[in-house]
Ligand binder design. Structure first.
Ligand code: ATP
Ligand code: MG
Length: 319
């Protein structure tokens, strides 16, 4: 068995001495742009945080340099990564510190933390993020000509750490406020998580209509809203559930290839791991019935592999 630190060392070593035509470290090259992936939907519990956490860890385990950004005041992503929002994250230690409008503003680099997975960093969240929702209307009233619009603030601060990462994964709050709008503007691609049930899908339609309106406004104000890709991810899917299958069929008929091929299966392995703030990639296989764990991991890897292919495609690499 090799630890993730060993694998990281081996990759780095081979990158120096290995064959020139092999890619031992998948880091992006100078002509490949930083990928900023926003995971969103204003329906609570649609699986945004679970998706963000597993995707960020999967990509880091594959050798990419990943920044996970918790934009949700509830800060469940931070908790999953071992940063308890009320205990471990102090004042001015979230991304709010970097995008706030007053003199307390600090560089994003200062609020980035390491995790125990090499190559994976996190900007934790806590309730302080709510301040941005309150400050922004005031700032809009006082705006001087030429000043960056609120929705560009997040992309601007991410630009300052651009060279350190290959992929940024942003976990959005379950509402369409200024934070989510900032994530939408910063994003190079968007993942909309959807639980295949009637009420969830109806709420998602509302979400999409509002996003479309807002994006038109952002564009009119000079913001950039060109995504490399946008995909719907079916979450907490139960293959034996008839109505869910019908709903998935309906989503696929409407959104076609914009729905990821692989759904994320509902499994006790994910929810049980979550109880102790762990992901499938962290929890011991021995804690579960083997087939339960293997099926869960297989489903998660398939979803993440499909997203990795989209990222590679955006870089112009062979998927
Ligand atoms: N594939 C899955 N199998 C089983 N349980 C899951 C799965 N995905 C998510 N869950 C559980 O569903 C709940 C909601 O998931 P999650 O926190 O990821 O949603 P969310 O969209 O981030 O929620 P919020 O809108 O509150 O931020 C969690 O308790 C999580 O453990
Ligand atoms: Mg969440």
């Amino acid at each position: 068995m090799y630890s993730i630190e060993d694998i990281d060392k081996i990759r780095r070593h081979l990158d120096k001495v290995g064959r020139a035509d092999r890619m031992y470290l998948p880091h992006r090259r100078s002509h490949e742009a930083l990928q900023i992936l926003s995971v969103m939907n204003f329906k609570g519990g649609s699986g945004k945080t679970t998706t963000s956490a597993h995707l960020a860890q999967y990509l880091a385990l594959r050798g990419y340099r990943v920044l996970a950004l918790d934009l949700d005041p509830q800060a469940s992503l931070s908790a999953l990564f071992g940063n308890q929002p009320e205990l471990d994250v102090g004042e001015n230690e979230t991304v709010y510190g970097a995008i706030r409008y007053d003199d307390e503003q600090r560089p994003l680099k200062e609020v980035i933390r390491e995790t125990y997975i090499p190559g994976l960093h996190i900007v934790p969240g806590n309730l302080e993020l709510m301040e941005f929702e309150h400050d922004t209307p005031r700032a809009l009233m006082k705006r001087k000509p030429g000043e960056a619009l609120f929705f560009a603030r997040l992309s601007n601060v991410i630009d300052n750490v651009e060279g350190d990462y290959d992929i940024v994964v942003i976990d959005c709050p379950p509402q369409l406020g200024y934070l989510t709008l900032s994530a939408l503007t910063a994003a190079t691609s968007v993942l909309v998580t959807v639980h295949p049930q009637m009420l969830d899908v109806m709420s998602m339609n509302q979400f999409l209509a509002m996003v479309a309106d807002l994006l038109r406004e952002v564009q009119a104000a000079g913001g950039d809203v060109n995504f490399s890709w946008l995909r719907y991810l079916i979450t907490r899917f139960e293959p034996a559930d008839g109505p869910q299958n019908q709903m998935v069929g309906y989503l696929r008929s409407i959104f076609g290839a914009h729905v990821l091929n692989h759904p994320m299966l509902k499994t006790t392995a994910v929810s049980d791991a979550g109880i102790t703030n762990q992901t499938l990639y962290e929890i011991e296989r021995g804690q579960f019935n083997r087939s339960t764990y293997d099926r869960a991991l297989d489903s998660m890897d398939s979803v993440n592999g499909e997203i990795e292919s989209l990222i590679k495609k955006a870089w112009g690499r062979a998927a």
